[in-house]
Design a protein around this ligand. Structure first.
Ligand code: ZN
Length: 198
């Protein structure tokens, strides 16, 4: 990429660090950005910085949100005794889009992976255990059906069972290794309805 100015090369390099963006797309994006009016560029960088500075973890469920509590945790219309555990905020959004789950969530921000050196202390497990001291009837484990997701589900089951709280796992049928956010709503609902005791 020596044939571009160093500043363009630097921009392309930064863009190609983004997930799903290869060098070709990064180049296209870089030139698109350079052609934008400055007000558009300011709006984009402003939105990135604003999100970065103001988005934080919900005090209850650890999802990413603007306020202290996310709208779901703040809602009295939701069943706070039913907690669905997901790996990330995008998985929460996938279930939320179905509009059929009336409980609340807990976002782990990852999954246990001995191979990658990610242990229970590296995800939001402690925060979940604190919540379970409240009035909780069921924990639905909706981690992905990848090795990491299954490892996390087993760990959660062992951890929660002694508390006497019901622990269920969403049904398989969710493709192995499939990220929840890419699965269609019907499959998600079937997985939720077909959940089994862990
Ligand atoms: Zn929340």
């Amino acid at each position: 990429m020596d044939y571009y100015s160093t500043k363009i090369t630097a921009l392309i390099e930064e863009l190609s660090r983004l997930p799903g963006i290869g060098p070709k797309s990064a180049g296209r994006l870089a030139f698109h950005l350079l052609n934008l009016p400055e007000t558009d560029v300011n709006r984009l960088t402003g939105a990135i910085l604003d999100a970065k500075h103001n988005v934080r973890y919900c005090r209850e469920c650890c999802t990413l949100t603007d306020g202290e509590l996310c709208p779901i945790c703040a809602s009295p219309a939701r069943d706070h005794s039913q907690i669905m555990v997901v790996e990330n905020t995008r998985d929460l959004a996938a279930y939320e889009k179905t509009g059929k789950f009336n409980g609340v969530y807990h976002v782990l921000h990852g999954a246990i992976s001995p191979a990658l050196g990610i242990g229970p202390a590296d995800i939001k497990l402690k925060e979940l255990m604190v919540r379970l001291q409240g009035d909780v009837n069921e924990v639905i484990v909706a981690t992905n059906s990848s090795l990491e997701g299954e490892t996390t589900a087993m760990y959660l089951s062992k951890l929660i069972k002694p508390t006497g709280i019901k622990v269920t796992r969403i049904a398989s049928g969710v493709p192995v290794g499939g990220d929840l956010e890419y699965i269609d709503e019907v499959t998600l609902l079937r997985a939720l309805e077909g959940r089994v005791l862990l």
